[in-house]
Design a protein around this ligand. Sequence first.
Ligand code: CP
Length: 317
Amino acid sequence: MKNFITVKDAGDLKEAFAKAEYVKKNPFADQKLGNNRTMVLIFFNSSLRTRLSTQKAALNLGMNAIVLDINQGAWKLETERGVVMDGDKPEHILEAIPVIGSYCDIIGIRSFARFENKNDDYEEKILNEFVKYSGKPIVSLEAATRHPTQTYADYVTIEEHKTKARPKVVLTWAPHPRALPQAVANSFCEWMNAAGYDFVITHPHGYELDPSFVGNAKVEYDQKKAFEGADFIYAKNWAAYADPNYGKVISTDRNWTVDSEKMKLTDNAYFMHCLPIRRNLIATDGVIESDRSLVIPEAANRVVSAQAAIKGILETL
Ligand code: CP
Protein backbone atom coordinates (compact mmCIF):
# COMPACT_ATOMS: atom_id res chain seq x y z
CA MET A 1 0.00 0.00 0.00
CA LYS A 2 1.29 3.43 -0.90
CA ASN A 3 1.61 6.07 1.82
CA PHE A 4 2.98 9.63 1.73
CA ILE A 5 5.14 10.01 4.82
CA THR A 6 8.81 10.45 3.89
CA VAL A 7 10.76 11.83 0.94
CA LYS A 8 11.14 8.25 -0.33
CA ASP A 9 7.38 8.12 -0.92
CA ALA A 10 7.78 10.98 -3.42
CA GLY A 11 10.12 8.89 -5.58
CA ASP A 12 12.51 10.65 -7.97
CA LEU A 13 12.34 14.35 -7.07
CA LYS A 14 12.59 15.62 -10.64
CA GLU A 15 9.56 13.46 -11.47
CA ALA A 16 7.83 14.66 -8.29
CA PHE A 17 8.33 18.26 -9.46
CA ALA A 18 6.92 17.41 -12.90
CA LYS A 19 3.88 15.77 -11.26
CA ALA A 20 3.33 18.86 -9.11
CA GLU A 21 3.58 21.18 -12.10
CA TYR A 22 1.08 18.98 -13.95
CA VAL A 23 -1.55 19.24 -11.21
CA LYS A 24 -0.88 22.97 -10.88
CA LYS A 25 -1.60 23.49 -14.58
CA ASN A 26 -4.46 20.95 -14.70
CA PRO A 27 -6.11 21.08 -11.26
CA PHE A 28 -9.39 19.46 -12.35
CA ALA A 29 -8.09 17.03 -14.99
CA ASP A 30 -8.25 13.96 -12.72
CA GLN A 31 -11.68 14.33 -11.14
CA LYS A 32 -12.71 10.86 -12.28
CA LEU A 33 -9.81 9.38 -10.31
CA GLY A 34 -11.36 10.45 -7.01
CA ASN A 35 -15.00 9.94 -7.96
CA ASN A 36 -16.83 8.13 -5.11
CA ARG A 37 -13.63 8.07 -3.07
CA THR A 38 -13.44 9.59 0.41
CA MET A 39 -10.53 11.08 2.32
CA VAL A 40 -10.78 11.57 6.08
CA LEU A 41 -8.45 14.23 7.51
CA ILE A 42 -7.76 13.73 11.21
CA PHE A 43 -6.27 16.55 13.25
CA PHE A 44 -4.85 15.99 16.73
CA ASN A 45 -3.38 19.53 16.45
CA SER A 46 -4.43 22.92 15.06
CA SER A 47 -4.00 23.85 11.40
CA LEU A 48 -4.93 26.49 8.85
CA ARG A 49 -2.93 25.70 5.69
CA THR A 50 -2.77 21.92 5.93
CA ARG A 51 -6.48 21.60 6.68
CA LEU A 52 -7.63 23.85 3.83
CA SER A 53 -5.05 22.87 1.21
CA THR A 54 -5.53 19.14 1.68
CA GLN A 55 -9.32 19.47 1.56
CA LYS A 56 -9.00 21.58 -1.59
CA ALA A 57 -6.63 19.04 -3.13
CA ALA A 58 -9.04 16.17 -2.43
CA LEU A 59 -11.98 18.17 -3.86
CA ASN A 60 -9.94 19.03 -6.99
CA LEU A 61 -9.48 15.29 -7.48
CA GLY A 62 -13.23 14.68 -7.26
CA MET A 63 -13.06 13.14 -3.78
CA ASN A 64 -15.24 13.67 -0.76
CA ALA A 65 -13.27 15.14 2.14
CA ILE A 66 -14.26 14.74 5.79
CA VAL A 67 -12.36 16.59 8.53
CA LEU A 68 -12.26 15.31 12.11
CA ASP A 69 -10.82 17.45 14.89
CA ILE A 70 -10.03 14.98 17.61
CA ASN A 71 -10.09 17.70 20.27
CA GLN A 72 -13.39 19.25 19.17
CA GLY A 73 -16.38 16.95 19.17
CA ALA A 74 -14.72 13.54 18.97
CA TRP A 75 -14.23 11.23 21.94
CA LYS A 76 -10.93 11.77 23.70
CA LEU A 77 -8.63 8.98 22.56
CA GLU A 78 -6.47 6.78 24.75
CA THR A 79 -3.22 5.99 22.96
CA GLU A 80 -1.43 3.81 25.52
CA ARG A 81 -1.91 0.05 25.33
CA GLY A 82 -2.69 -1.83 28.56
CA VAL A 83 -4.11 1.04 30.59
CA VAL A 84 -7.29 0.68 32.68
CA MET A 85 -9.52 3.20 30.92
CA ASP A 86 -11.14 4.70 34.00
CA GLY A 87 -10.10 8.29 33.22
CA ASP A 88 -11.41 10.96 30.84
CA LYS A 89 -10.64 9.06 27.60
CA PRO A 90 -13.62 6.86 26.62
CA GLU A 91 -12.26 5.46 23.33
CA HIS A 92 -9.03 3.66 22.49
CA ILE A 93 -7.15 4.55 19.34
CA LEU A 94 -6.95 0.83 18.49
CA GLU A 95 -10.73 0.75 17.88
CA ALA A 96 -10.97 4.29 16.50
CA ILE A 97 -8.38 3.72 13.76
CA PRO A 98 -10.01 0.73 12.01
CA VAL A 99 -13.44 2.37 12.38
CA ILE A 100 -12.18 5.50 10.62
CA GLY A 101 -10.52 3.27 8.02
CA SER A 102 -13.86 1.59 7.31
CA TYR A 103 -15.36 4.96 6.33
CA CYS A 104 -12.82 6.08 3.74
CA ASP A 105 -10.26 5.26 1.05
CA ILE A 106 -7.37 7.45 2.22
CA ILE A 107 -6.55 8.88 5.66
CA GLY A 108 -4.64 12.09 6.30
CA ILE A 109 -3.38 12.56 9.82
CA ARG A 110 -1.75 15.37 11.79
CA SER A 111 -0.16 14.28 15.05
CA PHE A 112 2.69 16.42 16.39
CA ALA A 113 5.53 15.34 18.64
CA ARG A 114 4.32 15.39 22.22
CA PHE A 115 7.76 15.97 23.77
CA GLU A 116 6.87 13.50 26.54
CA ASN A 117 9.01 10.62 25.31
CA LYS A 118 11.66 11.08 22.61
CA ASN A 119 11.52 7.43 21.51
CA ASP A 120 7.73 7.52 21.11
CA ASP A 121 8.04 10.70 19.03
CA TYR A 122 10.92 9.52 16.84
CA GLU A 123 9.40 6.04 16.38
CA GLU A 124 6.26 7.82 15.10
CA LYS A 125 4.08 5.81 17.47
CA ILE A 126 0.70 7.39 16.55
CA LEU A 127 1.34 7.60 12.80
CA ASN A 128 2.53 4.01 12.65
CA GLU A 129 -0.56 2.77 14.47
CA PHE A 130 -2.65 4.35 11.70
CA VAL A 131 -0.44 2.69 9.08
CA LYS A 132 -0.77 -0.67 10.87
CA TYR A 133 -4.42 -0.73 11.90
CA SER A 134 -6.38 1.44 9.42
CA GLY A 135 -5.99 -0.79 6.36
CA LYS A 136 -5.88 2.40 4.26
CA PRO A 137 -3.12 4.53 2.67
CA ILE A 138 -1.88 7.29 4.96
CA VAL A 139 -0.89 10.84 4.07
CA SER A 140 1.08 12.50 6.87
CA LEU A 141 -0.25 16.01 7.48
CA GLU A 142 2.68 16.57 9.87
CA ALA A 143 3.69 13.84 12.21
CA ALA A 144 6.19 13.86 15.06
CA THR A 145 9.29 13.90 12.89
CA ARG A 146 8.29 15.02 9.37
CA HIS A 147 5.94 17.34 7.47
CA PRO A 148 6.11 15.91 3.95
CA THR A 149 3.35 17.86 2.16
CA GLN A 150 4.91 21.09 3.48
CA THR A 151 8.37 20.20 2.27
CA TYR A 152 7.11 18.94 -1.08
CA ALA A 153 5.55 22.43 -1.50
CA ASP A 154 8.84 24.03 -0.38
CA TYR A 155 10.78 21.96 -2.90
CA VAL A 156 8.36 22.87 -5.71
CA THR A 157 8.64 26.57 -4.76
CA ILE A 158 12.44 26.44 -4.86
CA GLU A 159 12.45 24.62 -8.21
CA GLU A 160 10.06 27.26 -9.61
CA HIS A 161 12.25 30.18 -8.48
CA LYS A 162 15.83 28.93 -8.69
CA THR A 163 18.14 30.51 -11.27
CA LYS A 164 21.08 28.15 -10.68
CA ALA A 165 21.17 24.39 -11.24
CA ARG A 166 22.43 23.91 -7.67
CA PRO A 167 21.25 26.83 -5.50
CA LYS A 168 22.59 27.51 -2.04
CA VAL A 169 19.72 26.86 0.39
CA VAL A 170 20.10 27.83 4.06
CA LEU A 171 17.90 26.52 6.85
CA THR A 172 18.18 28.92 9.77
CA TRP A 173 16.87 28.46 13.29
CA ALA A 174 15.08 31.57 14.61
CA PRO A 175 13.69 32.40 18.05
CA HIS A 176 10.21 31.49 19.29
CA PRO A 177 8.71 31.56 22.79
CA ARG A 178 7.23 28.05 22.68
CA ALA A 179 8.70 24.60 22.15
CA LEU A 180 8.02 23.64 18.53
CA PRO A 181 8.60 20.20 16.98
CA GLN A 182 11.57 19.51 14.71
CA ALA A 183 9.28 18.04 12.01
CA VAL A 184 9.46 20.89 9.48
CA ALA A 185 13.22 21.25 9.89
CA ASN A 186 13.78 17.48 9.67
CA SER A 187 11.65 17.16 6.54
CA PHE A 188 13.36 20.17 4.98
CA CYS A 189 16.75 18.54 5.57
CA GLU A 190 15.54 15.25 4.10
CA TRP A 191 14.24 16.85 0.89
CA MET A 192 17.07 19.37 0.40
CA ASN A 193 19.65 16.59 0.75
CA ALA A 194 17.71 14.43 -1.71
CA ALA A 195 17.51 17.37 -4.13
CA GLY A 196 21.31 17.69 -4.08
CA TYR A 197 21.31 21.44 -3.40
CA ASP A 198 24.20 23.24 -1.69
CA PHE A 199 22.47 22.90 1.67
CA VAL A 200 23.59 24.64 4.88
CA ILE A 201 21.96 24.52 8.33
CA THR A 202 22.62 27.26 10.89
CA HIS A 203 21.49 27.33 14.52
CA PRO A 204 22.82 28.15 17.99
CA HIS A 205 24.82 25.51 19.84
CA GLY A 206 22.43 23.06 21.51
CA TYR A 207 19.92 23.06 18.63
CA GLU A 208 21.57 20.26 16.63
CA LEU A 209 19.01 18.19 14.71
CA ASP A 210 18.90 14.40 14.50
CA PRO A 211 22.06 13.48 12.51
CA SER A 212 20.06 11.05 10.38
CA PHE A 213 18.14 14.04 8.97
CA VAL A 214 21.15 16.37 8.78
CA GLY A 215 22.95 13.87 6.55
CA ASN A 216 25.73 15.50 4.54
CA ALA A 217 24.45 19.07 5.02
CA LYS A 218 26.99 21.63 6.23
CA VAL A 219 26.27 22.90 9.77
CA GLU A 220 27.48 26.49 10.31
CA TYR A 221 27.02 28.01 13.78
CA ASP A 222 27.70 31.56 12.54
CA GLN A 223 24.36 32.65 11.03
CA LYS A 224 25.83 35.60 9.11
CA LYS A 225 28.52 33.40 7.57
CA ALA A 226 25.87 30.86 6.59
CA PHE A 227 23.84 33.57 4.82
CA GLU A 228 26.76 34.65 2.58
CA GLY A 229 25.92 33.96 -1.08
CA ALA A 230 22.67 32.16 -0.24
CA ASP A 231 19.91 31.89 -2.87
CA PHE A 232 17.16 30.81 -0.47
CA ILE A 233 16.81 31.47 3.27
CA TYR A 234 14.36 29.12 4.99
CA ALA A 235 13.63 30.24 8.57
CA LYS A 236 12.15 27.94 11.20
CA ASN A 237 12.19 27.50 14.92
CA TRP A 238 12.54 24.12 16.56
CA ALA A 239 13.01 22.95 20.13
CA ALA A 240 16.19 21.17 21.18
CA TYR A 241 16.60 17.60 19.93
CA ALA A 242 19.68 16.50 21.87
CA ASP A 243 19.42 15.00 25.34
CA PRO A 244 18.99 16.07 28.10
CA ASN A 245 17.13 19.05 26.58
CA TYR A 246 14.85 17.20 24.14
CA GLY A 247 11.71 19.28 23.53
CA LYS A 248 12.94 22.30 25.48
CA VAL A 249 13.46 25.97 24.58
CA ILE A 250 17.10 26.60 25.50
CA SER A 251 17.46 29.98 23.75
CA THR A 252 15.24 32.79 22.55
CA ASP A 253 18.20 34.86 21.34
CA ARG A 254 16.78 37.62 19.14
CA ASN A 255 20.13 38.03 17.44
CA TRP A 256 18.91 35.08 15.34
CA THR A 257 15.85 36.95 13.99
CA VAL A 258 16.09 37.25 10.18
CA ASP A 259 16.25 40.93 9.22
CA SER A 260 16.97 43.00 6.11
CA GLU A 261 20.63 43.53 7.06
CA LYS A 262 21.24 39.79 7.18
CA MET A 263 19.38 39.29 3.89
CA LYS A 264 21.87 41.74 2.30
CA LEU A 265 24.62 39.16 2.96
CA THR A 266 22.90 36.75 0.58
CA ASP A 267 22.89 36.62 -3.22
CA ASN A 268 19.55 38.49 -3.24
CA ALA A 269 18.02 35.40 -1.65
CA TYR A 270 14.37 34.54 -1.51
CA PHE A 271 12.91 34.28 1.99
CA MET A 272 10.80 31.25 2.91
CA HIS A 273 8.85 30.09 5.96
CA CYS A 274 6.14 27.44 6.29
CA LEU A 275 3.79 29.78 8.25
CA PRO A 276 2.35 30.61 10.68
CA ILE A 277 5.20 33.03 11.38
CA ARG A 278 5.72 35.15 14.49
CA ARG A 279 6.51 38.57 13.01
CA ASN A 280 9.56 40.41 14.32
CA LEU A 281 10.68 37.29 16.15
CA ILE A 282 11.34 34.72 13.39
CA ALA A 283 11.74 37.47 10.78
CA THR A 284 11.04 41.18 10.59
CA ASP A 285 8.00 42.71 8.89
CA GLY A 286 10.33 44.05 6.18
CA VAL A 287 11.67 40.59 5.30
CA ILE A 288 8.26 38.92 5.33
CA GLU A 289 6.74 41.66 3.14
CA SER A 290 9.73 42.14 0.81
CA ASP A 291 9.47 41.38 -2.90
CA ARG A 292 11.85 38.44 -2.28
CA SER A 293 9.49 36.80 0.21
CA LEU A 294 7.92 33.56 -1.01
CA VAL A 295 5.78 32.81 2.03
CA ILE A 296 2.47 33.21 0.17
CA PRO A 297 3.34 31.29 -3.06
CA GLU A 298 4.90 28.63 -0.83
CA ALA A 299 1.64 28.27 1.10
CA ALA A 300 -0.34 28.26 -2.16
CA ASN A 301 1.80 25.36 -3.35
CA ARG A 302 0.46 23.31 -0.44
CA VAL A 303 -2.60 22.50 -2.59
CA VAL A 304 -0.27 21.41 -5.38
CA SER A 305 1.87 19.15 -3.19
CA ALA A 306 -1.12 17.60 -1.45
CA GLN A 307 -2.89 17.02 -4.75
CA ALA A 308 0.16 15.39 -6.35
CA ALA A 309 0.60 13.15 -3.31
CA ILE A 310 -3.06 12.11 -3.14
CA LYS A 311 -3.23 11.59 -6.91
CA GLY A 312 -0.25 9.25 -6.67
CA ILE A 313 -2.10 7.18 -4.06
CA LEU A 314 -5.42 7.17 -5.95
CA GLU A 315 -3.60 5.78 -9.00
CA THR A 316 -2.67 2.70 -6.95
CA LEU A 317 -6.18 1.96 -5.62
N1 CP B 1 2.56 25.18 7.50
C1 CP B 1 1.52 24.53 8.07
O1 CP B 1 1.53 23.31 8.17
O2 CP B 1 0.52 25.34 8.46
P1 CP B 1 -0.71 24.88 9.37
O3 CP B 1 -0.12 24.45 10.70
O4 CP B 1 -1.58 26.08 9.49
O5 CP B 1 -1.39 23.74 8.71
